[in-house]
Design a protein around this ligand. Structure first.
Ligand code: F58
Length: 842
């Protein structure tokens, strides 16, 4: 395709570059072997699976780079409007299969590799699982990148290239032990190091202010300066030539600023100083729902925001000489408040460096930014001490105070005399240690704010953002989360993907980008042939998981049992604790039942629970220990045999999820109503034919709406009931344990499961009015729902029908739908499709 040939240079060069590598077997093999020989410098006669993986990855990256370059060139030439997704976390998972599937060469690569003695599936297993995120929020960012590329939205993700991702979880004597995840030890074939893309980022120092014809401007000087260097990862779309970019920043020392110390003869000191710069992007913070308020975390945030904003401005300036169109060409989405300082950085640059008047600078910033909230839990809402910000980013604190001043003036004007509202809404929380409320700051600095599920967005309006919703009606929106069906059906469950394509007589390329067409499967939910194949797919996946469990835990689990799964970060609000209490109850019940009656009373079950606990979260760690102790006891009780098995799935991560989710028959999403903003694994489980046992929380509510409550096991208190219970606790109610739960507590305390003393504190607290997450309130309804599960599983055709209906009606939860809504309602951006390239004739 020909656009702006002059830019490309000579005709010869253009001719050489205007073609893509062929997808025939020979070309694929040639490119892999070239990388073995010239990139890896390995002998062509001996390279192992890992070498073959690396060489294949490089050869795939070559293909991605072709369309990645063309895409960016095309967007620039066309001055396309772009969306920037700023996130401190991108939990991408492995990239190889995803890339092959998206650019539609999985089969050709499989054949080409087979032909030279390698199995593609084995090579997939050689890839490290890049885990630069904690959980749902980071994984959502990854699904969004996939959907934006697929929908041909000009988009770049921006984040941090951590040296260490989320810790690896080991289990020793039932306890979680953390070890570092140095994921780069063997290099990363997917990234492109950009020596040419660097920015200086300043910390500390001081600000000189001056009056510039009525506008106060600042000059920020001194302090430390570090370099941000870019690393790019191509993000291919599915079934399109478009290929977007994920730009991650790495911190490096800055040469110019170290000379003094070197020259003063302090060689070691100077080297030490330089290493400090590298700490900034060294490690991902492993907290999933509380904010530590640590300086290094703020440094990370500002570091990546500053580099990102400069990068966006540089790109804009390539094609624009005025600021008038900035917001029309650039939309910046904040994935939670973690990148919130980016808006202040843009404002600072516009005022102090670009010398714009305040109103114009403010308008540009305001129209550019939008903010997504992912939680209503107070402990997860970021608040930065003004001392800390003032020290690290003095000019930014000035601007925040100024914004607050103007904002509170407006509040006062609008609500005269309502002082309590003014202090409630202030961006600064008063107290001995004054704090900036980052969520409020993000609302004030953004044109649109959204929650991540209908219930969550409504709660935002009623609770933490109530005042803001009243003052800015319509500014708060809902955008229900979604997940990419490419990874979460097609890649992780090829058997199901094929069954779907065969049944609805569509190529997977069609339904995977139009997921509501799964509805056609409804017609087959009682079709014998279909059910037979469906059951076969599930049991193949169960077998795959059985092997995985054996390999990773040493535990033997039967495949002819109900696979009951709960995988997510361990947290009191998610209530893995309630799950294990029920397991204990079930165990005690089995023990009480005479042998000959057991088979008719209990459906054999394998209960699997997995997830990481934040290293500093004692109760979450105690829950892990309890699960492991209970598992140890039950699995070794020969009297119970295969009727009940309990497994703690260690080191839950994206690649493990891809094995676990397709094998699940029942999955648990049992958070206290009003606590889980959305949840996204619930969507993945549904798409893979697992039935949900769950509360009316987060996106479960919409899942029930879509697939029908009769196709789920719903139980538990609704939000208003939770509120009432909490009030009663507060007023002294203590009668909520009940005899069956008491028995379970007693069993734990009496040592039935060995030494689990770390959980005693939680038991005591729950008994004494501290049942904030309403475990006792929901326990009995949960038992009833579990009984219903057993009853239904016995009627296997009914179980299959529910499961198939779930898949058929899961279409809404594709992240493509979510992204389309962001595009229409928030970013006002449309697709830009790059032209089809000519392919290499050779
Ligand atoms: C999650 N948040 C929500 N935060 O808990 C979940 O309901 C939702 O589906 C998901 O976001 C996507 O919207 C979440 O994962 C974090 O991991 C943060 C990491 C940094 C510190 C604060 C929590």
């Amino acid at each position: 395709f020909k656009y702006d040939e002059a830019k490309v240079g000579t005709e010869k060069l253009w001719e050489l570059m205007n073609s893509y590598i062929g997808s025939d077997k020979r070309s694929i093999q040639r490119s892999i072997v070239n990388h073995v020989e010239y990139t890896l410098a390995r002998s062509r006669f001996s390279f192992d699976d890992f070498g073959a993986y690396q060489a294949s990855a490089f050869s795939i990256r070559d293909r991605l780079i072709e369309s990645w370059n063309d895409t960016n060139e095309y967007f620039t030439t066309n001055d396309s409007k772009r969306v920037y997704y700023l996130s401190l976390e991108f939990l991408l998972g492995r990239l190889m299969q995803n890339a092959l599937v998206n650019i539609d060469v999985e089969e050709p690569y499989k054949d080409a590799l087979m032909d030279i003695g390698y199995k593609l599936e084995n090579l997939y297993e050689e890839e490290v699982d890049p885990a630069l995120g904690n959980g749902g929020l980071g994984r959502l960012a990854a699904c969004f990148l996939d959907s934006m590329a697929t929908l041909e939205i000009p988009n770049w993700g921006y984040g941090i290239r951590y040296d260490y991702g989320i810790f690896k979880q080991g289990i020793v004597d039932g306890y979680q032990v953390e070890s570092p995840d140095y994921w780069l030890s063997h290099g990363n074939p997917w990234e492109i190091e950009r020596q040419d893309v660097t920015y200086h980022v300043r910390f500390y120092g001081h600000v000189k202010k001056y009056n510039d014809g009525g506008v106060e401007r600042g000059v920020w000087e001194g302090g430390d300066v570090v370099v941000a260097q870019a690393y790019d990862t191509p993000i291919p779309g599915f079934n399109t030539f478009n290929c977007n970019n994920l730009r991650l920043w790495r911190s490096r020392p800055c040469n110019e600023f170290d000379f003094k110390q070197f020259n003063a003869g302090d060689y070691h000191g100077a080297i030490g100083e330089r290493q400090k710069a590298e700490y900034i992007t060294s490690v991902l913070y492993p907290n999933d729902s509380s904010e530590g308020g640590k300086e290094l975390r703020l440094k990370q945030q500002y570091f990546f925001c500053s580099a990102t904003i400069r990068d966006i401005i540089r790109r804009y300036k390539k094609t624009h000489s005025t600021w008038n169109f900035f917001h029309e060409k650039n939309q910046i989405q904040l994935n939670d408040t973690h990148p919130a300082i980016a808006s202040i950085e843009l404002l600072r640059i516009l005022i102090d460096e670009e010398k714009l008047p305040w109103d114009q600078a403010w308008g540009i910033m305001y129209k550019t930014f939008a903010y997504t909230n992912h939680t209503v839990l107070p402990e997860a809402l970021e608040k930065w001490s003004t001392k800390l910000i003032g020290n690290l980013l003095p000019r930014h604190l000035d601007l925040i105070y100024l914004i607050n001043f103007f904002f509170l003036e407006k509040v006062k004007q609008r609500y005269p005399g309502d002082n309590s509202r003014v202090s409630r809404m202030s961006l600064i929380e008063e107290g001995d240690d004054k704090k900036v409320r980052m969520a409020f700051l993000s609302i004030v600095c953004s044109h649109t704010v959204n929650g991540v599920a209908a219930l969550h967005s409504e709660l935002l309006k009623k609770t933490i953002f109530k005042d803001f919703d009243e003052m800015f009606p319509g500014k708060l929106q809902n955008k229900t989360n979604g997940v990419t069906p490419r990874r979460w059906i097609h890649c992780c469950n090829p058997g199901l993907s094929k069954l779907i394509s065969d049944t609805i007589m569509e190529e997977h390329t069609t339904w995977l980008t139009n997921l509501t067409s799964l509805r056609e499967l409804s017609a087959y939910s009682q079709d014998e042939d279909f059910i037979k194949r469906f059951v076969q797919v599930k049991s193949d996946n169960k077998l795959r998981l059985q092997k995985w469990v054996k390999e990773h835990t040493g535990i033997d689990i039967p495949t002819n049992a109900l696979y009951d799964v709960m995988v997510k970060r361990i947290h009191e609000y998610k209530r893995q604790f309630m799950n294990i209490l029920y397991v204990i109850h079930r165990y005690l019940q089995i023990k009480e039942t005479p042998q000959h009656e057991r088979a008719s009373k209990f459906v054999p079950r394998v209960v699997m629970i997995g997830g990481k606990a934040a290293p500093g979260y004692a109760n979450a760690k105690a829950i892990i220990k309890l699960i492991n102790s209970v598992a140890q006891k039950i699995n070794n009780d020969r009297d119970v045999g295969e009727l009940l098995k309990v497994v703690f799935l260690p080191n839950y991560c994206v690649s493990a999820a891809q094995i676990i989710i397709p094998a699940a028959e029942l999955s648990q999403h049992i958070s206290t109503a009003g606590t889980e903003a959305s949840g996204t694994s619930n969507m993945k489980f549904i798409m893979n034919g697992s039935i949900i046992i769950g509360t009316m929380d987060g996106a479960n509510v919409e899942i029930a709406e879509e697939i029908g409550a009769e196709n789920m096991f719903i139980f538990g208190a609704l939000v208003p009931e939770v509120d009432t219970f909490r009030k009663q606790l507060h007023d002294g109610r203590r009668d909520y344990i009940g005899s069956r739960l008491r028995k379970v507590f007693d069993a734990i305390r009496s040592g039935t499961f060995g030494d689990v003393s770390t959980i005693h504190g939680m038991l005591y607290s729950i008994e004494n009015g501290g049942d904030y997450y309403c475990v006792c309130l929901d326990y009995y309804p949960y038992l009833t729902a579990q009984e219903k599960v057993d009853e239904t599983y016995r009627d296997y055709p009914k179980w299959c029908k529910m499961s198939i209906e779930g898949i058929a009606k899961s279409g809404k939860f594709s992240s493509d739908r979510t992204i389309q809504e962001y595009c229409m309602d928030i970013w006002k951006v449309s697709a830009v499709s790059i032209p089809k390239p000519t392919t290499n004739p050779q």
